[in-house]
Design a protein around this ligand. Structure first.
Ligand SMILES: [Zn+2]
Length: 563
């Protein structure tokens, strides 16, 4: 038995001839690294570390390229993202004709799909001020259900057959923040805002299981068995593989249920290991009584290993800027009568939830995009601290796209984390400036996506893609963070240095998981989680960082990807 366990462990790996950025402030640079038994056995100069290699040690010559601590994707939606890998990808598609060509080709490729789904359609995909309606989509695909999603997954546009299939053509009464937008003809326009609006369509398409962690936080019913369960295992495997090949060794998921943990545990059982370390939250929806949090505590108790863990409660406080559903302190610049409508929780409900989650010793992570939402969530964290006493809680605010200047200092005061996404600012990574910058308005530009301002005020800032909302590639993310441009000269420079951006994908991610004593740095005794790149990052021009690829990825001493 003992021998069997030893046999299943990967052999030691020596990585040498490398420009290692350790992220360890005590020894920031090294040339070689020895991995053994899942940990870093030695790190330092070539001569010192090479001397420790024993027969049977696998040697990887990095050829002078950069080697980093295994990268951490600190806000993603693993299961739904994995399931969407075979949807029509619309990123970069502009104009009606281009959309038509792409969609018709996809439809021809997918004769059996119940609903044809497209992902990543810009709010301005038709150009100018023209918003997508069912009539546009009917002219592209008239006879099959067809719907496209905005990159943020908060808005979808459906054609008439899709609206009919989902029972939405004549409208539907929905909860706050959700809307089936109606046209002048008294029928649905095709625009579906937020999950309750497009959920029925996803259900009709059989896509529910992948969205449960977001949509209801509940479990699949009936519980998938046989071929259905195997399909979900393979979807999850494909997602893990996709993340590993992009350089990641740790994933912090931002939607969840028990089912996702069970799928991952099943993969770990079958293979004897997981290729990445994954953290899955419990999702608290506004219709759940706080007694449901008992389940969150159970999930945290059951899943607490270094490879598979829970322990975070995810919530949504508001929507997104582009559909005017993000909650602002002052009205939208281009919609002066609106500050974003109703939030998904009231400020008092937010406080009550924060107090109860915090009392259970769990971490809170709340989606808050507008400055009004960020404020209400911080108020919740403050109420929890007052009620339960201060502790090392590391509660998180997800996105923080706009912050009110009066709230900037509160992150450091409350020990809260600002979880931010370099691909999200308009103008970054090919995103159009409009309509978002006009919605925010010039007065708020200095406080928008304000990484530098928040970091200088003492906030911890882990970076992420929010995949599948944005492309998952961390090298594109690092490039976006260091090449971030101002929208007007008077705005503060929000760009990060290369080292700060790397830290946001490594040490800051580990900190957000309470794991900075064992990962996020390359240091003796830490996990053997390593990302080897195919170029020297520091010698690469900032605007060329995205051309760098992972050459090999190692998690727990095991090679999980090799170019
Ligand atoms: Zn998200």
């Amino acid at each position: 038995m003992h021998l069997e366990i030893l046999m299943s462990l990967p052999s030691p790996i020596l990585i040498t001839n490398a420009k290692i950025l350790t992220m360890d402030p005590a020894a920031p640079r090294a040339e070689a690294l020895l991995l053994k038994d899942g940990k870093i056995a030695a790190i330092g100069s070539r001569s010192d570390v090479e001397a420790l290699a024993t027969p049977g040690t696998r040697i990887i010559d990095a050829g002078g390229s950069t080697v980093l601590p295994g990268l951490s994707e600190n806000h993603l939606h693993l299961f739904s993202g994995s399931a969407e890998l075979d949807h029509l990808q619309l990123k970069g598609i502009q104009g009606f004709d281009a959309l038509k060509m792409a969609a018709q080709a996809y439809a021809a490729d997918m004769p059996d799909e119940v609903v044809l789904f497209g992902q990543g359609a810009d709010y301005t995909i038709l150009g100018g001020d023209e918003r997508v309606t069912r009539h546009h989509l009917d002219r592209i695909i008239p006879d099959r259900p067809f719907a496209i999603f905005a990159p943020d997954h908060h808005t979808a546009w459906a054609n008439t057959p899709a609206l009919e299939l989902a029972g939405l053509l004549h409208g539907k009464q929905l909860g706050p923040g959700n809307e089936v937008v109606m046209g002048e003809d008294g029928l649905a326009s095709g625009e579906l805002r937020e999950m309750e609006a497009f959920g029925p369509l996803q259900s009709a398409a059989g896509f529910d299981r992948y969205r449960l962690g977001l949509a209801t936080g509940g479990e699949p019913d009936p519980y998938p068995t046989g071929a259905e369960f195997e399909k979900d295992i393979s979807v999850m495997r494909r997602g893990l593989d996709y993340c590993a090949r992009h350089g990641f060794t740790s994933l912090q998921c931002m939607d969840g249920n028990l089912y996702q943990l069970e799928l991952l545990a099943e993969i770990e059982k079958r293979d004897g290991f997981l290729p990445l370390r994954v953290r899955i939250p419990f999702h608290l929806k506004n219709f759940m009584p706080l007694s449901m949090l008992e389940k969150a505590s159970k999930m945290a108790e059951t899943y607490n290993s270094d490879f598979l863990s829970s322990g975070t409660v995810k919530m949504f406080y508001d929507g997104v800027l582009d559909s005017w559903t993000a909650i602002m302190v002052e009205p939208y610049a281009n919609k002066p009568e609106s500050t974003g409508g109703e939030s998904l929780f009231t400020p008092d409900e937010m406080k009550a939830a924060a107090i109860e989650i915090d009392r259970r010793g769990l971490q809170i992570a709340v989606h808050a995009i507008g400055d009004g939402a960020v404020r209400a969530v911080l108020d919740g964290y403050e109420a929890a601290r007052t009620a339960n006493g201060p502790r090392d809680s590391r509660h998180r605010v997800e996105h923080v796209e706009v912050i009110h200047p009066a709230d900037i200092h509160r992150f450091a005061e409350l020990g809260a984390i600002a979880s931010m996404q370099p691909p999200h600012p308009p103008g970054s990574m090919g995103l159009p400036l409009e309509p978002t910058v006009s919605m925010i308005g010039r007065e708020r530009w200095p406080y928008s996506y304000a990484w530098r301002t928040l970091k200088d005020a003492g906030a911890h800032i882990p970076f992420a893609s929010d995949w599948p909302v944005s492309p998952i590639d961390p090298l594109e993310g690092i490039e976006a963070a260091i090449t971030r441009k101002k929208w007007q000269d008077s705005d503060p420079d929000q760009s990060f240095t290369l080292m700060e951006a790397i830290a946001a994908y490594t040490v800051e991610g580990a900190y957000a998981e309470f794991a900075e004593d064992r990962k996020g740095m390359l240091k003796q005794g830490y996990f053997a989680d390593v990302t080897i790149l195919d170029a020297d990052m520091e010698a690469t021009a900032p605007e060329e960082i995205h051309t760098i690829r992972p050459a090999a990825v190692i998690c727990g001493g095991r090679v999980t990807f090799e170019a």
